[in-house]
Design a binder for this molecule. Structure first.
Ligand SMILES: *Cc1c(COP(=O)(O)O)cnc(C)c1O
Length: 340
């Protein structure tokens, strides 16, 4: 099977498993797991922030951050198809009980002007109190799109001027770093908190890290415990994350080239109506369903050993390139597509 459904489907390699087995561990709820500490410290330093908190998932890391940033009666500004809003089971409403101002983005990207226009007047009791802006880079529903650095900096300036916190859902931040060449250190100057996923394209089996100031992360430790995320000898998982950071970051460029290659194959096909130009490892395209429905297309691929996902109504399909798909497999997919 060639599994293009998600970059979460990767399995740890023997070398990663060996690193996990060799990990030095302790009880992380007591703050005594040296490998977890190393992962948190190393990632925070990479992004120019003070501290980190190892979490079970990206959803947990994002939702802890949102809850920490939002006192009662808050409003969060985010893009209409943001993962934090759309795909985290309504967590903003449930955990933070916050209102959400949803803005229409261009492939998931907001502008500073849009953000500024959505901020509620401070001294009018009718409104919720705008407290937090959430950005997503790369943007999942936007097809792995990358923010322009100057626009993010402008959004950070607006947020700071209005006293708002700025959180980055950086589940695929390493894809953005590799695609744009922006140094990771720069991110700490813009964002109050960043969530980073180790189990997407980086190939770790489990885990995300929430980054922020030492004071912010200290508060988040209690919220992680509240959500049932106080774990014990988590160093075995942290070791997989450290291994992934050391070995699997630069190679993300290969996934980006492979997504571009499949985009080229798809574009001239008669049953393909539209291909979003891939910026990273996610490839979104729309079928002309008068010729071939998404369900039939996916069933035909499955019968030929290829898995992909339908991506909403209207014939949209998503291919995700990752560590466990090589050039030979990409060429096999290309041949199958051309023969469809
Ligand atoms: C996958 C993802 C997350 C977190 O997902 P988990 O499955 O909870 O780890 C968060 N944001 C984005 C943009 C994602 O793609």
């Amino acid at each position: 099977m060639i599994d293009l459904r998600s970059d979460t489907v990767t399995r740890p390699t023997p070398a990663m498993l060996a690193a996990m087995q060799a990990a030095e561990v302790g009880d992380d709820v007591y703050g005594e797991d040296p490998t977890v500490r190393r992962l948190e410290t190393e990632l925070a330093a990479r992004f120019g922030l003070e501290a980190g908190l190892f979490c079970a998932s990206g959803t947990m890391a994002n939702q802890i951050a949102i809850l920490a940033h939002c006192p009662p009666l808050s409003e969060v500004i985010c893009e209409a198809t943001a993962h934090v809003y759309l795909w985290e089971a309504g967590g903003i409403a449930h955990h933070a009980r916050a209102s959400v101002a949803l803005l229409p983005g261009e492939r998931g990207r907001l502008t500073a002007a849009q953000v500024e226009a959505a901020i509620r007047p401070t001294h009018n009791v009718h409104y919720p109190s705008t407290r937090l802006v959430c950005l997503e880079n790369t943007h999942n529903r936007g097809g792995g799109s990358c923010y322009d650095w100057a626009e993010m900096a402008a959004i950070a300036e607006v947020s700071r001027r209005h006293g708002l916190a700025l959180h980055l859902d950086g589940a695929r931040i390493f894809n953005a770093l590799v695609a744009t060449g922006q140094p990771s250190q720069d991110y700490g100057r813009l964002f109050d908190s960043i969530s980073v996923c180790l189990s997407k394209g980086l190939g770790a089996p489990v885990g995300s890290v929430l980054l922020g100031s030492a004071e912010f992360i200290a508060g988040c430790q209690r919220l992680r415990k509240l959500m049932g995320g106080g774990w014990r000898q988590a160093g075995y998982l942290a070791a997989a994350g450290l291994y992934a950071l050391a070995h699997n970051v630069e190679r993300l460029a290969d996934d980006h080239h492979r997504a571009a290659r499949l985009a080229e194959v798809l574009r001239p096909l008669p049953y393909v109506a539209e291909v979003l130009t891939p910026e990273t490892n996610l490839l979104l395209f729309r079928l002309d369903e008068s010729q071939l429905s998404a369900a039939d297309f996916l069933a035909r691929l499955e019968a030929q050993g290829i898995r992909a996902s339908g991506f909403g109504a209207g014939g949209w399909v998503r291919f995700v390139l990752h560590l466990d798909v090589d050039d030979a497999q990409v060429e096999h997919v290309a041949a199958v597509l051309a023969g469809n």
